[in-house]
Design a protein around this ligand. Structure first.
Ligand SMILES: NC(=O)c1ccc[n+]([C@@H]2O[C@H](COP(=O)([O-])OP(=O)(O)OC[C@H]3O[C@@H](n4cnc5c(N)ncnc54)[C@H](O)[C@@H]3O)[C@@H](O)[C@H]2O)c1
Length: 422
């Protein structure tokens, strides 16, 4: 697994996998490691573990590598991130110290609050892409890997819109040559992965793989894409609660969400341009779940506000508050308050692991392009242009499990269930 950015999320993922394979902890939150899947009829009693049903890569076989703008090894980076206890880190210190970040492709224009010394130099962006490809090949050779997956776990870049340079592989490659400003660092990594036929996942909200040039490249090289922006704290709760309210046709007039967060991600998101990227990603879920065009009386006037406040004393232990103004029968108002005291990277790590393992599986199953069945993991799921993205967590889970059944030639589960009564 090649991780771009060895920060809080990546180091928590890597340290976690090392601890789990030593039997020191449990992979809680990971569908690939702990989930089961029902097969056949409810009367058959067949519910194997997902890990035993589909041929996933095993944790013992994983090797980690990555890039970062800071030189510290993975152990030091995990200490800086401050997510895991010192005692827990000591137990996997050797493995973590062996992982040293490769020099990054980075330009401060796209992440204003950061700067670091471990950065590649090149005559243009094309040259930087070729250097990444050389890194990828060297990593593969050194560790004797059969296959690779790349996950962007780097900082959230500034808000960008699709432009002409992103239209085709040819225009994108010309843009690389000319170091076009419309190509942020993250796109150079995605390009390098897709050129090598490696699946690419975007754990952050920045515009990276969601442009026609990347889709064309993925199709050409039979590579796979998934993203964007992992669905962890507040948005996870939102996509659990909102489908329930909608199912019971309760109206929602307002949804006010605010967070305090003190890690480096919070610091980067304190920059208005990076926050705009995150805000767009966070706000889309409710519109799609509530479908105001179908239910104007219930959701047309929804006022949805999202705030993130950088508050260093909290570190990675984020606190989110949601105030939901509801309306019920005859228009009577009600309120729901949610206070989630979560740990950002603890919620994110199983998603990084699962999405990498599922992408690798899908590649071997001959799939390519956007993997919409992995929407389950993302705040702003990638989707085909002609369909709206599916945000309802429960529909997403059904889609994911049905995809696994489909891959293995098992009957899909529709939940119709007439056969038990006819
Ligand atoms: N933790 C969560 O719950 C969560 C949820 C959704 C999305 N995310 C996103 O995941 C990303 C990582 O989060 P984090 O908490 O680990 O942040 P972090 O700041 O701890 O780590 C990000 C790392 O990326 C590095 N980096 C930035 N640009 C780079 C580049 N061009 N090349 C190589 N390295 C680069 C930084 O130096 C840093 O070490 C962020 O974009 C965040 O918004 C996190």
């Amino acid at each position: 697994m090649l991780l771009v950015g060895l920060g809080a999320v990546s180091t928590t993922t890597i340290a976690g996998v090392c601890a789990i394979r030593k039997g020191l902890a449990l992979p809680i939150g990971s569908l690939t490691q702990m989930g089961t899947i029902r097969l056949g009829k409810r009367t058959e009693g067949r519910s194997p573990k997902i890990n035993e049903f589909v041929p996933l890569a095993q944790l013992d076989d994983l090797v980690f590598g990555g890039w970062d703008i800071f030189e510290e090894d993975c152990y030091a980076a995990a200490k800086t991130a401050g997510v895991l206890d010192r005692d827990q880190l000591e137990q996997v210190r050797g493995e973590l110290e062996a992982i040293r970040p490769m020099p990054a492709v980075f330009d401060q224009r796209y992440v204003k609050r950061l700067d670091g010394p471990n950065v590649k130099k090149g005559k243009n962006k094309r040259d930087l892409a070729e250097q990444l490809i050389a890194d990828i090949r060297a990593f593969k050779d050194k560790h004797g890997c059969d296959r690779l997956v790349m996950v962007w776990c780097g900082s959230t870049e500034v808000f960008m819109k699709e432009s002409a340079v992103h239209a085709t592989v040819a225009s994108f490659e010309k843009g690389l040559e000319q170091s076009d400003d419309a190509i942020p660092s993250s796109m150079i990594y995605a390009y390098a992965a897709l050129r090598e036929g490696i699946p690419f996942a975007n754990a952050a909200p920045n515009l990276t793989a969601d442009v026609p040039a990347m889709l064309e490249l993925a199709a050409r090289n039979k590579s796979l894409l998934s993203g964007n922006d992992m669905k962890t704290g507040q948005t996870l709760i939102k996509t659990i609660i909102a489908p329930g309210l909608k199912a019971r046709l309760l109206g929602v007039k307002g949804w006010y969400s605010t967070n305090i967060l003190g890690n480096r991600d919070g610091e980067v998101l304190d920059d208005p341009e990076s926050f705009k990227t995150k805000e767009e990603s966070k706000k889309s879920a409710l519109d799609y779940i509530f479908q105001p065009h179908l239910y104007p009386d219930l959701y047309k006037d929804l006022c949805h506000v999202v705030r993130i406040n950088y508050y260093p004393p909290r570190g990675d232990t984020k606190e989110g508050w949601d105030n939901i103004d509801l309306i019920g029968w005859l228009g009577y108002p009600m309120q729901l308050k949610i206070n989630f005291l979560c740990r950002d990277s603890i919620l994110a790590a199983p998603i990084v692991l699962d999405s990498a393992l599922f992408l690798d599986l899908a590649k071997r199953a001959g799939m390519s392009g956007i993997q919409e069945w992995l929407s389950f993991y993302y705040k702003a799921p990638m989707h085909a242009p002609e369909v709206y993205p599916e945000h309802d967590l429960f529909i997403q889970l059904m889609k994911l499990k049905n995809t696994l059944r489909h891959m293995m030639g098992e009957e899909l589960i529709t939940h119709l269930g007439r056969e038990y009564y006819d």
